[in-house]
Design a protein around this ligand. Structure first.
Ligand SMILES: O=C(O)c1ccccc1N[C@@H]1O[C@H](COP(=O)(O)O)[C@@H](O)[C@H]1O
Length: 212
């Protein structure tokens, strides 16, 4: 199973995750997040780095110009839209580069209905847990709601996934929704503090996830 590690703010951590074979790393470009990249990394250094990992810019309700400026500055490979972006906006971004549309799932949500207008407007769906803020809740939603959905796009499973979840992810990947599951996404459960990951916790987890 592929893995995305979100909200990195240090060059040495990005380097270590690339060496660990992480497929996607997230750069938090939403200024209101406690994990906001701000000027913690040099865009030039990030753009020039020769990593195999894909750099994903994470945005909440950005303008088209903001996204494109960051794509150029950091050399982003993908964009994750984690707010209330319309299908039209997602489509405009996805004409330029691979686009992940995030959906924050609440109890009893009709996921199939929520995603219905986004099939042609993005490349991947991401399912996270609904909360007071836009993301980084550290809480899981009921993954079973995905088991009944007829998916038109592959998805990334997100929201509160932590070091103890390898077997839960394995079981879910073997179930009815598993064939559409493209990757998992981890974030706050592996933090020392917002923006700084505990690599000792992450590395064995990454290895285990890669066996799924
Ligand atoms: O982490 C944040 O601060 C954040 C803010 C705004 C939008 C998205 C955010 N993070 C995303 O939330 C999910 C799940 O995180 P967690 O595992 O529950 O901490 C992840 O995709 C992050 O990209």
């Amino acid at each position: 199973m592929r893995i995305k590690v979100c909200s990195l703010t240090q060059m040495d951590q990005l380097q270590a995750l690339d060496e660990a074979g992480v497929e996607f790393v997230g750069l938090m470009l939403y200024p209101k997040s406690p994990r906001f990249l701000g000027n913690l990394l040099s865009p030039d250094e990030v753009r020039r780095a020769r990593w195999r990992t894909n750099k994903v810019g994470v945005f909440v309700n950005p303008t088209y110009e903001e996204v494109m400026r960051s794509v150029d500055a950091y050399g982003l490979h993908m964009v994750q839209l984690h707010g209330d972006e319309t299908p039209k906006f997602c489509e405009r971004i996805s004409e330029q580069l691979e686009t992940i549309k995030a959906f924050r799932v609440a109890p009893d949500d009709n996921v199939e209905y929520r995603v219905r207008n986004y099939s042609g407007a993005c490349d991947l769906f991401l399912f996270d847990t609904a909360g007071q803020n836009y993301g980084g809740t550290g809480r899981k939603f009921d993954w079973d709601v995905l088991s009944k959905v007829q998916f038109s796009k592959p998805f990334i499973l997100s929201g509160g996934i932590g070091p103890e979840d390898v077997e839960n992810v394995r079981k879910f990947a073997q179930g009815p929704a598993g064939e559409n599951m493209f990757a998992i996404d981890v974030n706050s459960k592996f933090e020392v503090r917002p923006g700084l990951k505990d690599l000792d916790l992450l590395k064995p987890f990454i290895e285990a996830v890669h066996t799924i």
